[in-house]
Design a protein around this ligand. Structure first.
Ligand code: HMG
Ligand code: MG
Length: 310
């Protein structure tokens, strides 16, 4: 499964396993184990890896040690390692640790904003202003997230206009890319298409990314719908790890392995090796005492290990 043709259209994968993936796991991995995972992701060909979060360790203990992790990550290996920052304190820690790209995270639902970052949507934008300003002066890029883009675990349905409002505020503030998060994984492809249509009226579609959790098994269908609408950047997580600690019941991101199977089959180039990701997905799942959530990972592992003739 080589993906090297320069003639094929490309899709950018932003790997979430080391951040979204690990932040909700009951087993807390050491910094050494997190670095080993990240090194495996880079070796498989991923060039955009969200490696951690500079958030309060009281809120998300799994992300403690992100400063040490960034200090030990390789520099100049062609991989773009990024981290979440909720405020200026987080950005300052990121800069001190050598992090060269950060992401701020907003929500399209007031209830979720309060649960996740303990402030209203407007207050969160007040916190992001100095983050964007300081990052600009430091010459580093800022990505933006909009949680609850297809529904909120606390207040239910979210109007696409509300998502588009938050999306365009982040873009106008200076975020180069806005990732639309189906935090609880309830969205369907028809809703995804409608959401992208609304957001793409306010922000260039090239600046939009899809971040689908797979709770209801709709994530691959949602990616297909977003592709049809022109989105070419997707977030995914090796083995489908993860979830948001402040989104009760929601499961992990769509598995990177499943996304690669879809995209490569459709003729898109991602630069990522599917077989290597399947092996890595099995290893990290074992380390966490679970089985991989990737259906493609399970199918390919069974095929690889099945006796001949079966
Ligand atoms: P707060 O309690 O309102 O903050 O939390 P505060 O300013 O009052 O500070 C409280 C304490 O936290 C203080 O320490 C601060 O120094 C410290 P104390 O004086 O009590 O010892 N603090 C920090 N420590 C480390 N790093 C920081 C930081 N800021 C303050 N940056 C806060 C507000 C935002 C800090 C808190 O709510 C928080 O850390 N939340 C993080 C929540 C989180 O990480 N959620 C998961 C990621 S979002 C997600 O998964 C969704 C996404 O995947 C997309 C999708 O799927 O929808 C992106
Ligand atoms: Mg997420």
């Amino acid at each position: 499964m080589t993906q090297s043709s320069t003639l094929r259209p490309t899709v950018k994968i932003v790997e979430m396993g080391a951040r979204d993936g690990l932040q909700n796991e009951p087993t807390q991995l050491s910094v050494d184990a997190r670095l080993a995972l990240i090194s495996g992701l880079a070796a498989a060909g991923l060039r955009h890896i969200e490696a951690g979060a500079f958030v309060s360790p009281c809120w998300v203990p799994q992300m403690a040690g992100t400063d040490e992790l960034f200090r030990r990550l390789p520099h100049n290996d062609g991989v773009n390692y990024s981290a979440l920052v909720p405020n200026l304190k987080g950005l300052e820690a990121a800069l001190e640790s050598g992090c060269r790209e950060v992401a701020v995270f907003a929500a399209a639902s007031e209830a979720f904003s309060r649960k996740n970052i303990n402030c209203s949507i407007d207050e969160s934008f007040q916190r992001f202003l100095p983050v964007l300003e300081t990052a600009r002066k430091a010459g580093i890029r800022v990505r933006g997230y909009v949680s609850c883009a297809l529904g909120c675990p606390f207040s239910g349905a979210v109007a696409p206009q509300d998502v588009a409002d938050v999306t365009s505020r982040l873009y106008e503030m200076g975020c180069y890319e806005i990732s639309l998060g189906d935090t609880i994984g309830t969205g369907r492809p028809d809703e995804t298409a409608r959401l992208i249509e609304h957001c793409a009226r306010r922000v260039p579609v090239e600046a939009l990314a899809g971040h689908f959790h797979d709770t209801y098994g709709m994530a691959i269908a949602n990616i297909h719908a977003a592709l049809t609408e022109g989105v070419r950047t997707f977030d995914s997580s090796v083995a489908g790890l993860g979830g948001c600690p402040y989104s009760p019941g929601a499961t992990g991101n769509v598995a990177t392995e499943d996304v690669l199977y879809l995209l490569h089959g459709m003729g898109y180039d991602t630069g990522v090796n599917l077989d290597a990701m399947v092996t890595l997905g099995n290893h990290i799942s074992e380390a966490l005492g679970r089985v991989t959530c990737s259906r493609v990972g399970r199918a390919l592992s069974a095929r690889i290990t099945a006796p001949s003739g079966h």
